[in-house]
Design a protein around this ligand. Sequence first.
Ligand code: EPZ
Length: 444
Amino acid sequence: MEDKTINSISNLTQPSTKERSQSVLEIWGRNPLQGNVKISGAKNSALVLMAGSLLCPKDCRLRNVPSLVDISRMSQILTSLGVKLTKNGDVLDIDARDINPTAAPYDIVSQLRASFFAVGPLLARFGTVKIPLPGGCDIGARPVKLHIQGLQAMGASVLIESGIVHADVKGSNRRLQGAKIYLDYPSVGATETLLMAATLAEGETTIENAAQEPEIVDLANFCIAMGAKIYGAGTNKITIVGVDRLHSVDYAVIPDRIEAGTFLVAGAITHSEITVSSAIADHLVPVIAKLEAIGCRIINEGENCLRLIPGELKATDIETLPYPGFPTDMQAQFMALLCFSEGNSVISETVFENRLRHVAELQRMGANIRLKGNHALIQGVPFLSGAPVMSTDLRASAALILAGLAAQGKTIVRGLHHLDRGYEDIENKLRKLGARIERVTESN
Ligand code: EPZ
């Protein structure tokens, strides 16, 4: 495959947003799955590592980078800052030598929340940054107060004007200062922003009540490989000793634990024995525990390969929590599964305030779910019926596909612009496992 210089989103031969938004997935349910599926690199790690590459005044190479709309958008934002990018399959070469920390364009940043990850690295490297506020999204208000409070604790003055964050560090060398930071909530994004900012700060920074997700550990390992001094990533206390500059690196992104979890549920919901490779069991502990509680068996076959053995589906309760609690990004997929289980289950979404909108679409397929605040009370039913349904956000779209795989008849899933943000080629991966699924363009 020839090297592709990324200078605009359409360069990546992706069907246009219009084409994609008109395309739908048609799924004929009740086909058993079999075989192996290989998991792609993690979206939520690749995005922050791309932002992290802004810390480095040299070139970086990232491997195992998935082809997703969100990755293309982050590429477009980096390109607008002056970064040179070349993508070759899942290898991304990044050259952030000559960049302008105040050039992030409003229109693109507003389409991708993760673009706000650039604020920490740019402020740390240049002592100044101007970047639009990310704003809310389908699943919640998503404020960035904790990010900003932490940067202020490190000596930055932050002004928000007309939706734009202006942050500056005064003083001769315009360098952030190490600080003791306590996060009111173990926010993934805030932990990542402050970890990156602290790598080039003067002195020592500690982040208490830090997020512990595997993506945080991957970011820390990436920065350490560039020469940073970071201790305790993956625990609730991270210590960073600032260094003067970082150097080039060649680094591979971890596999996507949420994609792996989604495929494990695909096996469980279709009562199929499948294997999922490039799936790190340690990253999936709460997901595996709940699949076993529901009646499946998961065998760790080593070499990051997990085998799912299906079982009679039983009800269970789930509460989403920060890692190592049950991931909110798997909540919708498990709701689809519990629709088919024997008995009553309760799912409580505690991380995001608006992440239960898939309930109405599952009800359209015949699910018996009642909502009470942020709790969904699910009574298992013998079967769901295929129907035309609309995705309301990224993980909701995955849940509707899973429900369609197990439902009687045909399901049509619309709103695929959500799906394509975070799943690489999911319909081909499912088809290789034996699913009857097709992406077709709907004529208006
Ligand atoms: C990351 O979002 C992920 N996104 C999300 O994945 C994931 O759901 C989330 O972590 C939790 O695991 C990426 O990594 C790109 P948070 P992030 O800051 O960093 C509140 C997916 O489906 N909060 O931990 O935005 C916030 O509103 C996506 O792939 C504040 O109140 O998550 C939310 O309710 C969706 N103030 C809660 O904390 C702040 O300053 C968790 O947010 C920051 C966050």
